[in-house]
Every structure is written in C-alpha cells, then in structure tokens.
Design a protein around this ligand. Structure first.
Ligand SMILES: C[S@@+](CC[C@H](N)C(=O)[O-])C[C@H]1O[C@@H](n2cnc3c(N)ncnc32)[C@H](O)[C@@H]1O
Length: 198
C-alpha cells in the first residue's frame, strides 16, 4: 500500500459524509444499458456513489479505493441501507483487477493509463465499462491541473480500443461553451462476447 497516497486521500475524506458522493453522468445518463444483475466494480470509488447506484439497480458491487477512511464510510452506509456493496481498501495500481471478474466496471475522475488494459480485461465477455474523466481541452478550470491526469482529445477511445464503443461524448470547446457536457469525456464500451469474435 502506498502510505503517502493513502494518507492524502484519507485526509481528503476525513470530514466526508456518505451522501457527499455524486454518481458519474456517464452512469446516470445510461442506466438503461445496465444488465439485470451480475457483479460490478467501482474502481477508485471514493465515497462509492457509482457502486451504490449499481447496487440499487440490482448489481452487487465492490468499491475499491486506496483510502481506508472512504471505504469505511461506504461499508457503513451500505450496511445501514441494506445495499449489496462491499468497499475494499486497495491500491489499484499495485493490485489491478484480475481478468474476467466483472459484468460492469465504473471509473470516474481517475486516470492511470497503464491500468487501462487490465480494466478492459477485468470485464467478462459482454461486460460494460462506464468511464468518465477530465480532459485537457476544457471550458472551465475545474479538475486536476497535472496533464498526466487529463485526457488528450479522443484519448479515451484509444485507451479502450480493445472494447466496442457504445456511447462516447466529448464536446471540447465546440459551439456554446456554457451548454452541454464539458471538460470531461465519457465512454460506455463493451467487451466483445467470445462467440461474436470467434
Ligand atoms: C477524484 S477522486 C474520485 C472518486 C470517485 N471515483 C468519484 O467519482 O467521486 C479519486 C479517487 O481515486 C482514489 N485513488 C487514487 N489513487 C488510487 C490508487 N492507486 N488505488 C485506489 N484508489 C486510488 C482516491 O482515493 C480517490 O478516492
């Protein structure tokens, strides 16, 4: 476990309440694409808002985050509300997900490019990825300033080229910058079914 990283995020969540978490638009806009059941993963989950949405849709979910403070908040809230969410303290860079374990994976506001192949592999055949994070091309100064954590134009599609794109949205600075889905890119993509590729 990366102690410095964990401590930094533990401090970030030290005054958080479970309801401070907000599910990602890539998930809330596309709930109709979710399977009726299965196993989900909210990766770098923070307060687990996406895992909680999945659980309410009938998808039992794990919520992995390096912060033990965040995972304790998520487990307490899920337990109190009878939701099938298990949060685990896990450094996803040191311990990436293993292949083929999940029907749905959600990643919001987290980017570690070297992890993307493992995320795609962690989907079961037919499984869905919901990914949303910040872009270098943006209309407001929100989000991280370090370009390592910002997507280049069209990069999310390239990072998950092994998957079949289902939804992609990235608006850059086109048109009226005060409207639309700005500063971030969203991707829903499906791992090919083995029988489709045979
Ligand atoms: C900007 S927050 C986003 C949290 C959440 N996905 C959301 O949408 O609110 C980034 C999260 O990544 C987690 N994180 C950063 N590095 C990590 C790592 N190596 N392994 C697991 N979680 C990590 C942090 O603890 C933090 O909760």
């Amino acid at each position: 476990m990366n102690g410095t990283l964990a401590n930094r995020w533990d401090r970030h969540y030290s005054t958080a309440s479970p309801l401070d978490g907000r599910p990602a638009q890539v998930l809330t806009d596309n709930l109709h694409l979710l399977p009726a059941g299965g196993l989900g993963l909210d990766l770098a989950a923070g307060l687990g808002a996406n895992a909680l949405v999945l659980a309410r849709q009938g998808i039992a979910s794990e919520a992995w985050d390096v912060s033990g403070v965040a995972t304790r908040i998520v487990n307490a809230y899920a337990g109190d509300n009878g939701l099938p969410v298990t949060a685990r303290r896990r450094d996803v860079i040191a311990s990436p997900p293993t292949p083929g374990g999940f029907d749905v994976i959600v990643v919001n506001a987290f980017l570690h490019r070297e992890l993307c192949p493992a995320i795609a592999d962690a989907l079961r055949p037919g499984g869905l990825l919901f990914y949303q994070t910040f872009c270098r091309t943006r209309v407001t100064p929100g989000g991280p300033s370090n370009p390592d954590y910002l997507l280049a134009d069209g990069e999310l599609l390239r990072l998950f080229a092994a998957l079949i794109p289902v939804v992609y949205r990235e608006e850059g600075r086109i048109g009226d910058p005060f409207r639309g889905f700005r500063d971030r890119a969203m991707l829903v993509a499906q791992r090919p079914n083995t029988r489709d590729t045979a």
